[in-house]
Write a protein that binds this ligand. Sequence first.
Ligand code: FDA
Length: 318
Amino acid sequence: MLDVVAKAVFSTLAASASLKRLASRYGMRHEGSFARRFVAGETVPEAIDAARVIERQGLTVTLDLLGESVGSTTAAAEATGAYVRLIDEIARAGVSRNISLKLTQLGLDIDRATTVDNLRRVLDLAGQADVFVRIDMENSPYIEQTLDTFETVWTLGYRNAGVVIQSCLKRSEGDVRRILALGARIRLVKGAYREPPSVAFQQKSEVDAAFRDLTRLLLTEGTYPAIATHDPDMIDAARRFAKERGVAPDKFEFQMLYGIRRDLQASLAADGYRMRVYVPFGTEWFPYFMRRLGERPANVAFVLRGILSESPKSPESP
Ligand code: FDA
C-alpha cells in the first residue's frame, strides 16, 4: 500500500514545473550533486565516461537520452536528431551498442506517422552502426500505440529493436505472447508508473507473482529476454528456473538501473551472468529522477542529505 501512495505522491510532484526548475538548478551542478546518483550527467561525453567505468567492471550498458512527452513536431525532430548523433558518438567511442528511448520523445503525443518516421530514422542509422534500440514502455494509455508502432517497424523489416513489458499490468501476458509471436526481444520490468486498479495489480505480491510467471515464459519461449529488476527474489527465481531448464547464461541478460544495487550488479557479473546497466543522461532528468524516488522512499532521505550538504555560499546561489 505504501508503495502505491509513494508512486502517487511522486508522480504528482513530477508534474510540478516549479519543483523541476528548482531541482534542475541544483541536482546536477557538480560530481556530488544529488541527482548524479541516478543520472549519469547532462551530456553525451559524461554518459560515455559513465559507460566506460561500468564496462571496466565487466558489465554492459544501454544509454538513454532522457526526455518524454514532447509537444511539437519540432521538439520530436530535435530528439530524433539527438539520438542520431548519440548513435554516431557511441560507435566512435566504442562503448556498448545499445540505446533506450521513449516513443513520446519521438512524437507519440502528436501523431503516429511522425513517430514512425522518426523511429525509422533512428533505426536506419542504428542498423548501419549495429546498435540495438530498446523502446521503453510508458504508462498504460501509451501501451497499445507503442506495441502497434513496434509491430509496424518490425513488419517493415527492422530487427534491431525490442520492447518492454510491465508485469504490473493485467494485460501483459497477452502482450508478451503477441511479441513472442514476432520473435522479438522483450525486457521485462515491474512497471514504474502509477496505474489504476482497472488495468494494474495494486499489491506488490501480485506484481511479483506476475513477474515470476512472465520470467518463466520468457526464459522458455523468448528471444534473448532481459530480466530487468533489482529485486533479489525475482533474480533468484530467474536463476533457479534457468538452471532447472538448462537455459544457458548467455541466452538472457539481467538489467538494472544506473546507481541502484551496484553490489548486486557486480555479483551477478562475477557469477557469470550477463548484466546490462541502463544509463540515463540529459537535461530532462527530472521525471525519471522522481520515478526513482517514488519507487523507494528511502531515496528521499539520501537526496535530502545531498541537498543539505550543498554549500549555500556557492557562486550560483541566489
Ligand atoms: P522493487 O521496486 O520491488 O524493488 C526491489 C528492491 O530493489 C528494493 O527493495 C530495493 O532494494 C531495490 N530498488 C528498487 N528500486 C530502487 C530505487 N529506485 N532506488 C534504490 N533501490 C531500489 N519501467 C517502466 O515502466 N518502463 C520501462 O521501460 C522501464 N525500463 C527499465 C529498465 C531497466 C533496466 C530497469 C532495471 C527498470 C526499468 N523500469 C521501467 C523500472 C521498473 O519498472 C521498476 O519501476 C524498477 O525497476 C523498480 O522495480 P524492481 O523490479 O527493482 O523491484
